[in-house]
Design a protein around this ligand. Structure first.
Ligand SMILES: CC(C)(COP(=O)(O)OP(=O)(O)OC[C@H]1O[C@@H](n2cnc3c(N)ncnc32)[C@H](O)[C@@H]1OP(=O)(O)O)[C@@H](O)C(=O)NCCC(=O)NCCS
Length: 218
């Protein structure tokens, strides 16, 4: 049986370990750019702990109770409050010499939200708090059973109980996660075609990466 639990401090390391070995080996655009785990392991647990400590508790794990509560899924969300200083950006955890591809990815994700007025797009006041998903991952062998949908739904329930949260948002990089969010009623407000994206040095970083041909980030 799969059960869902809020991520508490005792699980930070185990969740970081799960995401390093699951999310980063399966997520499509990291794979396409040739991201290797040695560009993730050094900083990821610190970054994750920082996010989880900074935000209201809205992140969940899926546990398989038939397998000693093994972690088989995780969603990392945060509540962005315009009245409060947000968490440090991922980039501040990265070393450009050691983690150049991860820097490219972080830059791409920043560019994605550049110039986007999420409050206007959602018709909400700029004082609204935003429930944002950063990572969503389900273990190999557990896909297609609705675990991702349940993880998202658990996070949303927790977020809705927090005063002032009126927006939920995410960037999706996988066709499956796109389906998950559409089915839960999310609307696409911005779409970027990978092949048309130019990095700050003018290079089309995704060109030639056949895994991403015809895919978009939303
Ligand atoms: C994206 C991800 C979290 C989806 O998890 P999941 O638990 O399989 O999702 P769900 O079971 O809720 O299914 C979502 C949809 O994708 C489909 N799907 C999931 N895995 C599938 C597979 N291997 N083949 C075909 N369809 C699949 C499901 O059938 C479902 O569609 P439906 O509602 O039309 O039936 C998981 O594939 C994953 O961890 N991928 C690697 C990391 C990643 O890319 N994360 C998202 C980055 S934004």
């Amino acid at each position: 049986m799969i059960r869902y639990e809020l991520i508490t401090r005792e699980r930070y390391i185990a969740v970081a370990d799960f995401l390093v070995n699951d999310f980063f080996v399966n997520e499509p655009f990291g794979l396409a750019l040739g991201l290797t785990l040695d560009q993730v392991r050094r900083w990821f647990a610190d970054f994750l702990s920082h996010i989880l400590d900074t935000s209201d508790p809205v992140s969940y794990v899926a546990l398989d109770s038939n397998k000693d509560d093994k972690i088989v899924g995780a969603i990392i969300n945060l509540i962005a409050d315009p009245e409060k200083e947000g968490p440090r950006s991922m980039k501040t955890f990265l070393d450009p010499d050691k983690e150049p591809i991860k820097i490219q990815i972080a830059t791409f994700l920043e560019d994605l939200e550049d110039g986007l007025d999420i409050y206007a797009a959602m018709g909400q006041p700029s004082s609204s708090k935003i429930h944002a998903c950063l990572f969503l991952s389900v273990a190999d062998g557990y896909g297609g059973q609705g675990i991702a949908k349940e993880l998202v739904a658990n996070g949303e329930r927790a977020a809705k109980a927090i005063t002032g949260v009126t927006i939920a948002m995410t960037d999706v990089t996988s066709a499956y996660s796109y389906k998950v969010y559409l089915k839960l009623g999310y609307k696409m407000i911005k779409e970027v075609e990978y092949m048309s994206y130019q990095g700050h040095d003018g290079v089309y970083i995704f060109k030639g990466e056949s895994i991403l041909e015809n895919q978009h980030i939303l």
